[in-house]
Design a protein around this ligand. Structure first.
Ligand code: ZN
Length: 148
């Protein structure tokens, strides 16, 4: 998914009880996307996107490091990176869910990966709109509930 990552990061943050947890929720949720920045800067090949940083192995690794500080941060890392992976699973690229034991990719194959800046192309796909709309509605619900 695309912009819905923002809505999910903020929605998860709305359930936390401290400012650093809100910041961490968004940082953890967007952390796998760092691979696209690495590709964009030319430090890695295009195939690096949706690869090692988009795996449960990475999520557990980040959670292990976060656990050094707090079990709450570790749980937050698992939830936030886990939801990121779940949201990227419909992309035709697929994710290496069994990494490092296998590099086989799994996908729900509901839409095409339009690349790092392929926003326009992405939102021409019906499944993208169909799945992102309820996410945004939920975000606005959480926004209202949190602020009122
Ligand atoms: Zn992603």
């Amino acid at each position: 998914m695309w912009l819905a990552h923002i809505a999910v990061g903020l929605s998860i943050a709305s359930y936390t009880d401290c400012l650093e947890c809100m910041v961490l929720a968004n940082a953890f949720h967007h952390l796998p996307s760092v691979d696209q920045l690495i590709v964009d800067t030319g430090l890695a090949k295009k195939e690096f996107h949706d690869a090692e940083l988009h795996t449960p192995f990475f999520a557990f690794g980040v959670a292990a490091v976060a656990a050094l500080f707090s079990w709450k941060y570790a749980l937050l890392a698992l939830i936030c990176i886990g939801t990121h992976l779940l949201m990227d699973l419909p992309t035709d690229t697929g994710l290496m869910l069994l990494y490092p034991f296998s590099r086989r990719r799994f996908t729900l194959n509901l839409w095409k990966n339009t690349g790092g800046w392929g926003l326009g192309g992405f939102y021409r796909q019906k499944w993208a709109i169909a799945l992102e709309t309820p996410i945004w509605l939920f975000f606005f619900y959480r926004l209202i509930v949190t602020l009122v």
